[in-house]
Design a protein around this ligand. Structure first.
Ligand code: AMP
Length: 547
């Protein structure tokens, strides 16, 4: 016997329909690339996403065609979130911090048909456009009068002119909720980046869970500032959960410095903010230097890399702001765990509570997790034993876009597929997970990834380099910065400065290592692979230059 409830597919368009009908006056405030503050609301966002939908329909795209964005957090980006996915196209959020060659590769791999970009990125677009043959339409996210006459991009249109003449009525189509809705490339630890392809269903289910009290705890009374960029993992699901709950959204645009963020937090009465530790470091630095306090901020979600204990203490003890530590991945939409205490922990002394809050937290409903040993056997949840962290659930990747890399899942005795996160973790008896290590060697700098292999490949291209290993070193501001450890070819000479100069123009500036360490040998394992754990051990007393 089947249940007799109405069957409605879980589609992203339903979020914006709900937001307009029930939260039309809910504010959407954006600092624009132009520098001014723009004020909109859910009602206007809904109208303009319908104009986007009509404009897209005029481009003769096929269902599931990719429409890319190269944009900061702002109201136009939000309109595209709903307009693109709502029409059955796939929103592909491009990361503007990538090197132009990486960006070109990704646009071509995704076969993007349209790219909508903020004017900040015009030079980047000009550098890649000729090498992106699949892109038929370049749209600048600006008013018609801001469009440069000599952009060099054939057919370039302004977003406002593109949607301006469109009708504001549109009937959102109904289709299979498992259809692709958006995509995000993750920096591959080996080889080229791979894309996670989200579905309408996975996005909506994730949005429900993200809003729960023990997750991000969103309500119509909240004013939320996502510092986490909308070009990364759909900004942790916040745009969707915000539409579902009707909370106010405050977008920082390109201004991520402590002063600009602080101004917005105060002027827009922000109650909750979300971002990576690096941004919060800058914010705390600004508060401390200017002896400021928060008047409305109650909580801040910190994720993407581990929240440093001193940061959590500063937020909690000096500023009365609760830190919500969260963990996830591009492959997980991204939410996996959030750290909020249970009654048992509330009974603990403050210092003990603080230790628990530093963990990455408990699995949210929808995500199951386990830790396994090398043989794949599940390890106990004793808070001590650590193993590979595996996850499963309806918003966790089943396979990468175009099947790249084969089947990523590991199957248990029941035939259930688990995604290996590449993280190593403990889980305590109350279900609090803590990341102890990263089995991958990617370097996390300011919330962005640097592939150690990319760095090594460039170093190895230098004629004097015999072997190169790139490892991340702790940095107080950026979390980690790469250094490259080099063995020179016998009789060959290269200085630190020459090698660093060799990186110029071959990768993005921020991906260039901070230092070169020359050694006689790099430790190798039995199969000839570099042993980075041992190397890091050898470098344990190393300090980055200038710290
Ligand atoms: P990404 O796919 O770029 O979002 O990166 C995902 C990876 O970032 C995870 O596999 C972890 O290694 C790391 N990560 C994310 N959140 C945290 C956190 N709260 N603490 C420690 N590492 C984290």
């Amino acid at each position: 016997m089947l249940g007799q409830m109405q069957s409605q597919p879980l589609l992203i368009s339903t979020l914006i329909v709900h937001a307009e009908r029930h939260h039309a006056s809910g504010e959407i405030v954006s600092r624009r690339v132009e520098g001014d503050i723009h004020r909109s609301n859910w009602g206007q966002i809904a109208v303009r996403s319908r104009k986007v939908a009509n404009a897209l329909n005029g481009l003769n795209l096929a269902f599931s065609d990719r429409v890319a964005t190269l944009a900061w957090n702002g109201y136009r980006h939000l309109e595209l979130y709903f307009g693109v996915s709502g029409t059955g196209h796939v929103l592909h959020t491009l990361n503007p911090r990538l090197h132009p060659d990486q960006l070109t590769w990704i646009v071509n791999h995704a076969e993007d048909k349209v790219v909508c970009f903020d004017m900040t990125f015009l030079p980047l677009v000009k550098a890649v456009a000729a090498k992106c043959p699949t892109v038929k339409h370049w749209i600048a996210l600006c008013d018609a009068d801001k469009l440069p006459a000599d952009s060099g991009l054939p057919g370039l249109q302004s977003y406002e002119a593109w949607i301006g003449g469109q009708p504001d009525t549109y009937h959102w189509p109904t289709f299979d909720e498992n259809s692709a809705s958006s995509m995000c490339y993750t920096s591959g630890t080996t080889g080229n980046p791979k894309a996670a392809l989200y579905s309408h269903r996975s996005t909506i289910l994730h949005a429900f869970t993200a809003a729960l009290p023990d997750a991000l705890s969103l309500s119509a009374r909240d004013s939320v500032l996502p510092v986490v960029p909308m070009f990364h993992v759909n900004a942790w699901g916040l745009p969707y959960s915000a539409a579902a709950t009707g909370c106010k959204l405050v977008f920082p645009g390109p201004a991520m410095d402590g002063k600009s963020i602080y101004e917005l937090l105060e002027s827009e009465k922000v109650s909750m903010a979300a971002g990576v530790p690096t941004v919060w470091q800058m914010l705390l630095g600004h508060l401390q230097a200017n002896n400021l306090k928060f008047s409305t901020l109650k909580s801040t979600v910190i994720g993407g890399s581990a929240c440093p204990p001193a940061m959590m203490k500063a937020f909690n003890d000096q500023y009365g702001v609760a830190v919500i530590h969260a963990w996830g991945m591009t492959e997980m939409s991204p939410l996996g765990t959030v750290c909020s205490l249970k009654n048992a922990q509330l009974a603990l002394p403050a210092e003990e509570q603080h230790k628990v809050l530093l963990k990455q937290g408990r699995a949210v409903y929808g995500v199951d997790m386990k830790i396994v040993d090398d043989a794949g056997d599940e390890l106990p949840w004793d808070g001590k034993r650590y193993g590979d962290l595996l996850v499963r659930g309806p918003w966790i990747i089943a396979s990468y876009f175009k099947g790249e890399g084969g089947d990523p899942l590991r199957y248990d005795a029941q035939g259930q597929g688990w995604f290996p996160t590449g993280d190593v973790a403990t889980i305590d008896p109350d279900g609090f997970m803590q990341i102890t290590d990263r089995s991958k060697d990617v370097i996390k700098s300011g919330g962005e990834w640097i592939s150690s292999i990319d760095v090594e490949n460039i170093a190895m291209a230098h004629p004097a380099v015999a072997m190169a290993a790139c490892v991340g070193m702790h940095h107080p501001k950026w979390d980690e910065r790469p250094i490259v450890v080099v063995v020179k070819k016998p009789g060959a000479e290269v200085t630190r400065e020459e090698l660093l100069a060799f990186f110029e123009g071959k990768t993005a500036k921020w991906q260039i290592p901070d230092d070169v360490v020359f050694v006689d040998a790099i430790p190798l394992g039995a199969t000839g692979k570099m042993q980075k754990m041992t190397l890091r051990q050898q470098l344990k007393d190393y300090v980055l230059p200038g710290i």
